[in-house]
Design a binder for this molecule. Structure first.
Ligand SMILES: NC(=O)c1ccc[n+]([C@@H]2O[C@H](COP(=O)([O-])OP(=O)(O)OC[C@H]3O[C@@H](n4cnc5c(N)ncnc54)[C@H](OP(=O)(O)O)[C@@H]3O)[C@@H](O)[C@H]2O)c1
Length: 363
């Protein structure tokens, strides 16, 4: 592993203290460190914005390197700020494609994940691909934030959950030993925010269907988390502050918002905040599986659901319910504590609720 490069320079702040008098105060300031956003989709775009926007006066900002299979798709965000470098073309299934983008990076945020595909696709991307990202990041001397998901489970029959767990394990293996504190694993529940694929999808469905379906009574529970709170967490970790690294380094952070809702309650929220009235109709799981069998044969569209996704709906998707203290002591660090204590010094920041945010983009 190469030694991390650290540069510093002096910036001059001009302060006018009198009519003619101008003082120049020299402030030591680190050059912005380079953070690679590997997988520039929904989360990647919001995280990029958080990294180039000061979280509080004087907080570190970063140079962001977006890395994507299709750099042109990142145009909207990459033109937003000079802090975002020319996007780089990568494919995480090809480790050597990662080398130029990762060069001189201090942190890599590994975000690539898929929702559809064969079991082999999930292995290739969420397991082996995640391992490729970790190897290339470690070789570049970068720390790593690996984004997994609540429900990661090596024993699961669901390819998404199984390969999320295998990806986590592979990443940890790459950083095992001296480097293990250089990895943080984030496991979000369902993420909401402008451009999300969950609430927006059901809102679009409510537009075209006469009812909103839930499977098996819609009793499984979710803990929706605001995308900008996840972006805040990444920004906090990206500061490379030794006191923060000491508490989160090597840990898993399960990311959930302030409220837990059943699937059916989520459909009610979608209707409420998109201003529509539709009955919510419960369908048996077998009917969902039947729909999955048909939809898996067709190109992905608004009605696409896979059998694995229907199976996922049988389990809760909420943050590990250990007590906060045991979560700190064990492999976990609590997401709410990270945001509340570190987002802005001397100011308690609370996690944002769907009730504050959904109306801003679903209506
Ligand atoms: N959104 C949620 O509610 C949620 C919840 C829990 C966990 N997560 C996890 O969080 C991560 C980010 O989620 P997201 O919602 O931002 O997903 P997303 O919008 O689908 O972004 C994932 C990106 O991965 C890229 N990608 C796919 N295959 C690739 C490959 N072989 N090489 C390089 N890039 C590839 C895709 O971009 P191109 O097709 O342009 O390459 C896509 O933009 C994922 O790992 C996901 O599993 C998300």
């Amino acid at each position: 592993m190469q030694k991390r490069r650290e540069h510093s320079h002096i910036i001059f702040l001009a302060l006018t203290t009198g009519r003619d008098e101008q003082k120049r105060i020299a402030l030591p300031k680190m050059n912005p460190s380079k953070v690679v956003i590997c997988g520039a989709g929904f989360l990647g775009k919001h995280i990029s914005r958080a990294l180039i926007t000061p979280a509080f006066p004087g907080s570190p900002t970063h140079q962001v390197q977006l890395a994507s299979r299709n750099p042109q798709k990142t145009n909207s965000v990459s033109k937003e700020s000079p802090g975002i470098l020319e996007p780089s073309q990568i494919d995480i299934t090809n480790e050597s494609s990662l080398v130029p983008a990762f060069s001189n990076a201090s942190l890599v945020v590994s975000l690539v994940g898929i929702m559809h595909g064969t079991s082999a696709d999930f292995d290739r991307i969420q397991w082996e691909g995640a391992e490729n990202v970790a190897k290339a990041a470690a070789r570049a001397g970068a720390r790593l934030i690996h984004v997994s998901a609540i429900g990661a489970d090596k024993q699961s029959q669901i390819p998404y959950n199984r390969t999320k767990a295998l990806g986590e394990e592979a990443v940890r293996e790459v950083y095992r030993g001296k480097l293990e504190k250089d990895v943080v694993i984030l496991r979000p529940s369902v993420v909401f925010g402008p451009e999300d694929d969950f609430f927006n999808r059901f809102s679009r469905l409510a537009r075209v269907l006469p009812f909103l379906p839930v499977f098996g009574g819609g009793t499984s529970r979710f803990q929706p988390v605001y995308v900008r709170d996840i972006a805040r967490a990444v920004e906090i970790i990206a500061r490379n502050d030794p006191s923060i690294n000491a508490i989160v380094g090597g840990k898993i952070i399960e990311c959930g918002g302030p409220d837990i809702f059943t699937y059916k309650e989520i459909m009610q929220l979608v209707l409420k905040y998109s201003g529509r009235r539709r009955p919510i109709i419960s369908l048996p799981f077998w009917m969902g599986k039947l729909q999955g069998t048909v939809m898996e044969q067709l190109p992905i569209n608004l009605l696409t659901v896979t059998r694995a996704q229907v199976e996922q709906l049988k389990s809760d998707n909420v943050v590990n319910l250990l007590t906060p203290q045991s979560r700190v002591d064990a492999a976990f660090f609590p997401f709410d504590a990270l945001i509340e204590q570190y987002a802005v010094p001397d100011k308690k920041i609370s996690l944002r609720s769907v009730h504050e945010i959904l109306s801003t983009y679903l209506a």
